[in-house]
Design a protein around this ligand. Structure first.
Ligand code: UTP
Length: 303
């Protein structure tokens, strides 16, 4: 099976983000920040750390600020330069992708994650690639995609998915895998099902937002058949590929925050701020004061 290097990554950012309305009405949810970094920047950093050289964004209506975020902002830069704010200038420069490293394509209708990935087929062409869901934030060292790429090179190559264990009452929200033969923290996958009911779920190991896929998945996706929730699902395309190509799950080391969900974003923000090397101490004090004021019991008002 192919072990060609993984050079390109797809970032599907065309969803409606309805769980964050009204915040996501005019601002893409992928631009919501954890402290001062937009979610999309955090996952691009993770891809860069893993050696990705080309970043492909599948955008939609109201998402053009994502394109602006990865471009120069001349007026701002010139004002910062005039004011001598070199630290801010350096920060912007560090995040800027090199010329030609980004591509943007549109998903005209949010028909599902599988459809969004398929929209990038001409930009990826005939090579294996990564997919990173920007609303799944993985706090991990090394980063989650780097851990996947290491397993990809150590094992038979093929398709490699990040998986994690969740509470059984949450399996019906995700794609679930059937683990076969384990080796350290990874295993061959012998089956998958999208959003199974708890009582028929084959395991509580879910596919959690990072994928390494072979280009043949585009052929499966071109069937355009809709699955769970009426959407074109990437899990269904992977199920069709399963007998033909190897699939491996990696129970990566780290913690996932589903930042497409309010509690997930809040939790990630709190954890990140508590650990932050500049603001950590100040935030720990602020949080302790809030808890003290509440009488040490995190309850509020009429609870
Ligand atoms: P989600 O299902 O979490 O995003 O998709 P959503 O549909 O925008 O969110 P809600 O449920 O309405 O709040 C995961 C990622 O896939 C992208 C989303 O932008 C998100 O980053 N996506 C989803 C697409 O690009 N296109 C789609 O058709 C669906």
């Amino acid at each position: 099976m192919s072990k060609r290097p993984i050079r390109k990554a797809i970032f599907p950012v065309a969803g409606l983000g309805t769980r964050f309305l009204p915040a996501s009405k005019a601002i893409p949810k992928e631009m919501l920040p954890i402290l001062d970094r937009p979610l999309i920047q955090t996952v691009v950093d993770e891809a860069r750390e893993a050696g990705i050289e080309h970043f492909v964004f599948v955008t939609g209506r109201n998402k053009s600020v994502i394109e602006d975020h990865f471009d120069r902002q001349y007026e701002l830069e010139s004002i910062l330069r005039k004011r001598g704010q070199s630290a801010s200038l350096e920060l912007l420069e560090k995040d800027l992708p090199a010329p030609g490293q980004t591509s943007f394509t549109r998903q005209q209708e949010p028909l599902g994650l599988g459809h969004a990935i398929w929209c990038a087929r001409h930009l990826v062409a005939n090579e294996p690639f990564a997919v990173l869901l920007p609303d799944m934030i993985m706090m991990a060292k090394p980063g989650c995609l780097k851990q996947l790429i290491d397993v990809y090179h150590e094992s038979e190559g093929g398709n490699v998915l990040a998986v994690e264990e969740v509470a059984w009452d949450r399996v019906d929200r995700y794609g679930v895998v059937v683990p076969d033969v384990w080796q350290d923290n990874h295993f061959s996958i012998s089956g998958m099902v999208e959003k199974p009911k708890r009582d028929v779920a084959p395991s509580n190991l879910i596919i959690s937002g990072r994928y390494i896929l072979q280009p043949e998945v585009f052929t499966e996706l071109s069937q355009q058949s809709s699955g769970a929730g009426g959407e074109i699902q990437i899990t269904d395309a992977m199920i069709h590929l399963m007998g033909k190509q190897p699939f491996r799950g990696v129970k990566y080391v780290g913690t996932t925050y589903d930042c497409g969900d309010k509690i997930g974003l809040l939790s990630a923000s709190v954890v990140h701020a508590l650990q932050h090397e500049t603001f950590g101490l100040e935030f720990r004090n602020a949080l302790s004061n809030i808890v003290k004021k509440a009488g040490g019991k995190l309850t509020w008002g009429g609870e």
